[in-house]
Design a protein around this ligand. Structure first.
Ligand code: ZN
Ligand code: ZN
Length: 558
């Protein structure tokens, strides 16, 4: 390909840099006026309690839409929701191929089927070690260990420089149910020479040492399952196929059968089995078999490790599961950690189980879970292998990104660029960050509607959740007489009575008092009546309750 002196290789993070979640980034190549783009990952974040009613949050793709003609493809590193959860919502409009490994492709197809999504995307399968070309880019997937099958780093080669986009990874030389990180290939990248930028996972940049292996967890689970006197239930992330395999192997060794409960767990294990990842393991039994098996011959694998109220372990803890019950002396292993924001729900479930005499085992009792992200020594080893000229820490909150940037500088990487979503990061030539060059933001998925936070009704919903709502409706004749109503509706206000006073009584009295105080001649001014009623209700309710409700007044002229 002919080289243009104005060619630049740039990286534009649209999501996931400055936060953990909704990862999406674009790599551009060419002169500023005519760049070609490839997009890496298209993920979601789960909404928190301050976004009531919102299902999912994803990165605003406006920048890509503005360059749609020059966007060549989307490449998925792996099928965690924070990397691929928005594909079916955002990508169909681009009408460009999606590159994914067989497991990720199968996960996407299964999600589409289970959510009845009509829109589709065209998948092109990619495999580690088989590079493919997209315009000026050559892309090679490199297998890395993580907490889901087929996680990949991407080596992106252009005429003026290369990028290693790590995706989510850890070193783990002994993972379960998948290949280890391809050390040899990574080391070869450094030996090949030529300028390289490293765009790297920062999740565990605050943690010293090397993260334990998935095989270490397998050993601990094996001991805990073998030593359990009665039933054992294990809850973990449904997508952690390696963990599911470890539990199944441990059960098999202990002469126990595996019963599986939870839709996501069935779906993902089904995909893994179809792709040959569970060879040698007996089939998992459905939850209906649970009550037919002796207590010491069973291991239950179930969903709900994040405290989701409708998932299996929550329903079991509440004693509401139709097919499964646990008793005193049974054991529940939380082979997981609570993602920040979910801790309370998880602890509530553990408390319910403990109060029923069930033995609860968490990370506090032993190595029953391990991270899928690199700690500091792992990051340093990667720097040694690939010898980057430029480091851009990604996949982290500012606290993780800062720590990662310092580690990179202390390790002697010549240029460390601390980027955030919306920056234009020039990687080569002359690496430099141009902050805030690109429009970024969030999109909310609310039911079936995709909208910006401003367009969403979330602010109003939050207001309603704090103050409730009072509605008043009445009809006034031309002579000012109230001919129907006032009808009053009250929603979400306290109903306590105090000395024969209640909010309902206060509101009723305020409405009739306010109407009486307006001379009949002036009552035909419906706007004035509405305003007076609204002000009076808010004031009187505030005097009684200490809070102002949301008020809607309808005054009709007849
Ligand atoms: Zn991941
Ligand atoms: Zn991730």
């Amino acid at each position: 390909m002919a080289r243009n002196l104005k060619d630049e290789l740039v990286f534009v993070p649209l999501g996931g840099v400055g936060e953990i979640g909704m990862n999406m980034g674009a790599y551009g190549f060419g002169p500023a006026s005519s760049r070609k783009w490839i997009v890496v990952d298209c993920g979601v974040t789960f909404a928190g309690p301050h976004q009531p009613g919102i299902e999912l949050i994803m990165a605003d793709p406006t920048f890509l839409e503005e360059n749609a003609d020059d966007v060549l493809a989307l490449i998925l590193t792996h099928s965690h929701e924070d990397h691929y959860g928005a594909v079916l919502d955002l990508w169909p409009d681009f009408d460009r191929p999606v590159f994914a490994t067989p497991f990720t492709a199968a996960m996407l197809a299964a999600k589409r089927a289970s959510d009845n999504i009509i829109d589709n995307v065209a998948i092109t399968l990619m495999r580690p070690g088989k590079p493919f070309t997209l315009g000026p880019f050559t892309v090679e997937a490199i297998n890395v260990a993580h907490s889901i099958p087929e996680s990949n780093a991407l080596l992106i080669t252009t005429p003026i420089g290369r990028v290693l986009h790590t995706g989510d990874w850890k070193l783990d030389p002994t993972p379960v149910g998948g290949a280890p990180t391809d050390f040899a290939r990574l080391a070869a990248i450094g030996a090949e020479g030529g300028p390289l930028a490293l765009i790297c996972d920062s999740t565990n940049a605050l943690k010293d040492g090397i993260s334990p292996s998935e095989s270490d967890v397998a050993k601990v689970l094996e001991e805990m399952i073998a030593a359990a006197p009665h039933r054992v239930a294990v809850t973990t992330f449904a997508s952690n196929v390696g963990r599911v395999i470890s539990v199944a192997r441990a059960a098999h060794k202990a002469g126990r059968q595996v019963v599986m409960s939870g839709r996501a767990m069935h779906r993902i294990s089904g995909i893994a089995r179809e792709l040959g990842m569970m060879e040698g393991l007996p089939p998992f039994l459905d939850q209906d078999m649970f009550r037919t098996l002796p207590r010491d011959k069973i291991v239950l694998l179930c969903t709900g490790s994040q405290g989701e109220p409708r998932a299996s372990i929550a329903r079991i803890a509440r004693g509401e599961h139709p097919a499964i019950d646990l008793n005193a002396g049974d054991r529940v292993i939380f082979s997981s950690w609570a993602i920040p924001g979910n801790e309370r729900e998880v602890i509530d479930i553990q408390n319910l189980l403990l109060d029923r005499g069930i033995d609860v085992i968490t990370r506090d009792h032993g190595l029953v879970h391990v991270t899928g992200h690199p700690r500091r020594e792992e990051l340093k080893r990667l720097y040694d292998w690939v010898k980057p000229q430029v480091l851009v820490p990604v996949h982290g909150e500012p606290v993780h990104l800062k720590a990662h940037a310092k580690l990179g500088r202390d390790s002697g990487i010549p240029t460390v660029l601390e980027a955030r979503n919306g920056d234009m990061v020039r990687l080569f030539p002359e690496p430099m960050n141009f902050p805030g060059e690109v429009r970024v933001g969030e999109l909310y998925l609310d039911g079936t509607i995709l909208c910006t936070p401003d367009e969403s009704g979330v602010r109003g919903r939050r207001r309603l959740s704090f103050g409730g709502h009072v509605g008043v409706s009445l009809c006034v004749a031309a002579n000012g007489q109230v001919v129907s109503g006032p009808e009053i509706s009250i929603e979400g206000l306290p109903e306590v009575e105090d000395d024969d006073e209640s909010l309902a009584i206060v509101i009723k009295r305020t409405v009739s008092g306010t109407l009486k105080s307006i001379p009949p001649k002036r009552r035909s001014d419906t706007e004035m009546v509405s305003a007076a009623l609204g002000k009076a209700i808010r004031g009187e309710v505030n005097a009684f309750w200490g809070k102002k409700p949301n008020v809607t007044i309808f005054v009709h002229r007849v």
